[in-house]
Design a binder for this molecule. Structure first.
Ligand code: G6P
Length: 611
């Protein structure tokens, strides 16, 4: 979740680094810093706690000019946010920025202290700097020092390193944490994520685990940690830098909410076989034989992706009749879960880098399960591990609270259910054709909901902005949406919210309801409708302020709800992609009216690469 940027070229390095770091702000951070090779021949460091503006102030107060440097935004894992804990960390002639966690840091620290090192910070990263510096006998070049030190480290890292002694060079390495190299003309870059580099180059190389690279202005040399040369062609990334900017919206999150029709269109593009009422096999990446032979599906995910996975269970069970379970990746890991051949594990992750999901997927794969990734970031760790990847094509998501990636994940798990159902002969062709056709029309209906309900939802949010709690109720496919509505509100507006299966309301949450509590009831005209209305009435009887999300023109619901948000009538499996939209808008407006940091809520990170 920390952001790394590195630069070697002819430009002012500090400026390029801060600019790159700004494009990584969405990852979440509490402090920032840069190290630059100054004309004096020394590596000079500037660091600051807080937003990048503070780092810029530090650079204005004490400018450092040079053409080679590394930069970092830190999200605290070892040691509280402070200037001394901010990266880059320096030891002797070495400066290091790091993303990840060094597992054997306690043993390393003791060993370093016993050899006379003075450790200034509470971070594991400073230990890395000392370890590399210790290897620095006069005959060893920087890459050799890095290689030797890394062989003694355990854990996850992406690092970028400078040495006083080798001014034209940045050395990088990775294990588990993401790192991408950017190839320019007479300049080279590295970063922990693509958007940092988009304004500078589209030609990128993804470093693999156990690899390192030496960057100079003219060249990039990749080797394994053992020193074996690695040949890899760059890929061209076609995301435009504008896609990663706010495009006139007040926040990235609002922009991304409104991007959902486009994102869904991109995700569906080339996948729907409208003639055959099917999903193209080439897009899913599994074989026909896989589809027929699997005996169970296990969906693994965290956070919002876990809610998409919960919807996935409904889709896969109902359309393909395969027993399906959903696991929180953090709870699956290390418990000795029963998994193996015959299981299809589907790891759902926007970033493709969430450590718990990655580790859980690895464990399942090692046990013999087939691994399918559903991810948004191309070439990220989980897709690289997986036997096949079914990408969402939502484009970069900058807001920490996931929106467009959630709805595109829903589309992918639905398409997976459809594809499996057709191959297992559990889904009649006519029904599949109907669903495929309906999916093709969904982006337009999303647009209708977003544009049509925006003002109403903003008004409802204004009305409830002071409410301390909120309850979200849904049944069937709308249960995961209730969970997601509550999560969105918690994440960005810091309002306590619960998402509940509506049928469970009377087993607890009903005791919380009073006249101050907004209760969202998801009650479209689906097979749970009558029972959902029963729950709505129960909430109303306890004086709750009921907001219903229901099918357009539903006068019966209008008569019993305080507020009614309408979505167009669609086939039952498609409702979640519409009912979630007003809940995203509600969370957004409550947060905006409260004045919270919508795009970077406190304590949260976009990509959680620690346990
Ligand atoms: C973090 C993000 C969430 C996201 C979750 C899982 O908590 O703030 O928005 O849902 O990680 O991330 P993934 O990249 O695996 O979907």
């Amino acid at each position: 979740m920390c952001g790394i940027v590195g630069y070697v070229g002819e430009e002012d390095a500090a400026r390029v680094l801060v600019d790159g770091l700004r494009r990584l702000e969405y990852r979440g951070y509490d402090s920032a810093g840069v190290a630059v090779h100054a004309p004096s021949g020394r590596v000079e460091v500037r660091r600051a706690v807080g937003k990048l503006r503070e780092l810029e102030r530090a650079l204005e107060a004490a400018p450092v000019h040079g053409k080679v440097g590394i930069g970092h935004t830190r999200w605290a894992t070892h040691g509280r946010p402070s200037e001394v804990n901010a990266h880059p960390h320096v030891a002797g002639h070495i400066a290091v920025v790091h993303n990840g966690i060094i597992e054997n840091h306690l043993a390393l620290k003791q060993a370093l202290i016993s050899r006379g090192a003075t450790i200034a910070s509470d971070t594991d990263t400073e230990l890395v700097a000392h370890m590399i510096a210790e290897e620095g006998a006069e005959d060893a070049d920087l890459e050799t020092c890095v290689r030797r030190a890394l062989n003694k480290l355990e854990g996850a890292y992406a690092i970028a390193v400078l040495s006083d002694r080798e001014p034209g060079k940045v050395v990088v390495a990775k294990s588990s944490s993401p790192l991408v190299l950017g190839l320019g003309e007479g300049e080279m870059f590295c970063a922990s994520d693509i958007p940092a580099l988009l304004p500078y180059t589209r030609r990128m190389i993804f470093l693999e685990d156990g690899e390192m690279a030496v960057l100079t202005a003219q060249s990039v040399e990749i080797t394994t940690l053992a020193g074996e040369p690695v040949e890899r062609d760059p890929v061209t990334i076609d995301w435009s830098p504008v896609m990663a900017e706010k495009a006139g919206y007040k926040h990235f999150m609002l922009k991304e909410i409104f991007e959902q029709p486009r994102a869904l269109e991109d995700t569906l593009r080339g996948r729907l076989d409208r003639e055959a009422g099917d999903i193209h096999s080439s897009e899913i990446g599994l074989s026909e034989e896989d589809a027929r032979s699997i005996q169970r599906v296990v969906l693994l995910a965290c956070g919002t992706s876990h809610h998409a996975a919960l919807a996935g269970r409904y889709y896969i069970e109902s359309l393909a009749r395969v027993p399906t379970v959903v696991e929180l990746a953090s709870e699956f890991r290390g418990r000795g879960a029963v998994i193996g051949e015959g299981d299809l594990v589907v790891a759902v992750s926007q970033s493709g880098e969430t450590l718990d999901t990655l580790m859980a997927a690895r464990e399942a794969k090692q046990a013999g399960a087939k691994l399918l990734a559903i991810a948004n970031v191309i070439g990220s760790a989980i897709p690289r591990l997986a036997d096949a990847t079914f990408y969402t094509h939502a484009g970069p998501e900058i807001g920490v609270a996931s929106t467009k990636c959630f709805t595109t994940q829903l589309a992918n798990v639905l398409m997976l259910g459809l594809w499996l159902g057709r191959r297992r002969n559990t889904l009649p062709e006519e029904r599949a054709a109907e669903l495929v056709e309906a999916l093709a029309h969904l982006p337009q209906q999303m647009e209708q909901v977003l544009v049509g309900t925006r003002q109403l939802v903003a008004n409802i949010a204004r009305h409830h902005v002071e409410a301390r709690d909120a309850l979200f109720l849904g049944r069937g496919l709308n249960f995961p949406i209730a969970l997601e509505g509550a999560l969105k509100l918690k994440e960005i507006s810091y309002v306590h919210a619960e998402g509940y299966a509506a049928g469970e309301m009377k087993h607890g949450p009903i005791a919380l309801i009073d006249g101050h509590m907004p209760v969202f009831v998801l009650a479209p005209r689906d097979s749970s409708f009558e029972r959902s209305i029963g729950n709505l009435e129960e909430a109303r009887a306890r004086e709750a302020q009921v907001v219903a999300v229901a099918t357009e023109g539903d006068e019966a619901v209008r008569a019993v709800a305080d507020d009614l948000i309408e979505v167009p009538a669609v086939l039952e499996p498609l409702y979640p992609l519409l009912t979630v939209l007003p809940l995203q808008l509600y969370a957004y407006y409550v947060a905006d009216f409260k004045g919270t940091d919508v795009d970077q809520p406190r304590n949260l990170a976009k990509t959680v690469t620690v346990e």
